[in-house]
Unconditional design. Sequence first.
Length: 164
Amino acid sequence: MPEKQTLISQIETAFNAAGWQYRKVEQQPVLECEFEAYHAKVAMHVQAFEELSTASVMAQLSFHVLPAARTSVCEALMRTNLTLNVGNFETNPDSGEVFFRASNVFADGAADLGTITSLVRTAIVEMDRITPFLAELNRQPQQSIAALLAREDLLPPVNKEPAP
C-alpha cells in the first residue's frame, strides 16, 4: 500500500497543478506566495495542520491601516463578514494588519485539490475586493461606512467571459 501523503504535500500538489509559484517555509508546513490581483498584490500564507487534517489559507492586505482609521476599518470588516459565506476578515488592532482567512477540515487527511485551490482563489478575490474600501477609510476614516461599502465603483470588474 502506498505511503499516505502529508497534507502539506497535497497542498503543494494543488499549487503545482494550478501552476502557482510558492516558497516553502523551512521547518514549517507552510507555503507562501503572492498573487497579482486587480487592485493589489495579495500576499498568501497557506498552512497545513496535519493533526487536525486542516488547511488554513490567509491573505494579507498590502498596506497597514493607520491608527486613526482602525476603528472604522474594524466596523467595515465586521459589516463585510456578515455578508460572507466562506472565510472571514480579521485585523490586528495593534499593528493595523488586515487578513482574510478561510480553512477547511479534510476527512481522513485526504485533501481535495479543488477545495484547496478554491480556498486560495476565494482569499485572493475577497482581499482584492476589500482593498480599495480600506484604502478609502485610511484616507478618510470619518466617512459613512455604510455609504462607502455600498459604492460599486470600487469593485473590480466582473469577468463576463467564460473561463477557458
